[in-house]
Design a protein around this ligand. Sequence first.
Ligand code: SF4
Ligand code: SF4
Length: 131
Amino acid sequence: MGEEVQVREKDVLGRVIKDLSNTEWWGIPRKEIPWYPQVDYEKCIGCGLCFMTCGRVVYDWDLKQMRPIVARPYNCLVGCSTCANLCPREAINFPSLEVLRKYRDLGKAVVKARKRLKELRQRLFKHDNGI
Ligand code: SF4
Ligand code: SF4
């Protein structure tokens, strides 16, 4: 949060590629959290939905093999599993929810989220009352 995000280049769809691997997630360096997709190429039919729908440009597309490549695993939003949910062949795997919750607790995400919202509420309340 507040980290410098490098813009590298554009992908074959013209989408801007950012490197989010040096960011933090609730104070934990992103690269220390093993949350990213793994594609089972035995099951994948090369439909392209994962590549086209990921808003973080985690995937590149192999135009020769017509298959997705997990090119930027640490761009994946921790906790997101949209591509896996949409895949028609259930060819995308993620770590278990236990792993996700372990990092949630390690980063004290619940406590921090509540604290931030309380602070925001206090600030807005003061503002509304002209304090
Ligand atoms: S959505 Fe699933 S089947 Fe389609 S390209 Fe991605 S991994 Fe393969
Ligand atoms: S889980 Fe979400 S952010 Fe991660 S690769 Fe899939 S669609 Fe992109």
